[in-house]
Design a protein around this ligand. Structure first.
Ligand SMILES: [Zn+2]
Ligand SMILES: [Zn+2]
Length: 132
């Protein structure tokens, strides 16, 4: 189950700047069989990447996998309290937060700009939705 995993490009990356450049983070949004996954990049397009052993197009960058949570912050998409991993905050509406899966499912208003907070207490970084 890779869906929702946060990833960066790995040493075998061969998709040019689809990810928006080096060190940009994306989210696995679908497993497509044949050991490939679809990744939506925060600042770029989406890519279909190999995700098999020995082929390192992707590296896991997941604050959720190292146990980062945003306590007492509820996702307006799935109503999960205590968001795991990356938190997405609407910069248009007050108190509107999404988890990564809901963000990439286009929950809330897709025309609104979101800020990304990977770790609680860090500066929010701006993100860009696929179709905004
Ligand atoms: Zn959610
Ligand atoms: Zn909003």
């Amino acid at each position: 189950m890779l869906r929702g995993l946060r990833v960066v490009r790995g040493p075998d990356w061969k998709h040019d700047n689809q990810d928006g450049g080096h060190d940009h983070v994306g989210t696995v949004v679908a497993e497509q069989g044949d050991n490939t996954v679809k990744v939506n990049w925060d600042m770029g397009d989406s890519s279909i990447c190999k995700a098999e052993d020995g082929n390192h197009e992707l590296k896991i960058f997941d604050s959720a996998s190292i146990g980062v949570t945003h306590p007492n912050i509820a996702c307006v998409g799935c109503e999960e309290v205590c968001i795991l991993g990356t938190l997405w905050k609407c910069s248009t509406c007050q108190n509107t937060n999404l988890c990564s899966l809901c963000y990439h499912d286009d929950k809330h208003d897709a025309t609104h700009t979101f800020l990304r907070i990977d770790f609680p207490g860090t500066e929010p970084r701006s993100g860009k939705r696929r179709n905004s």
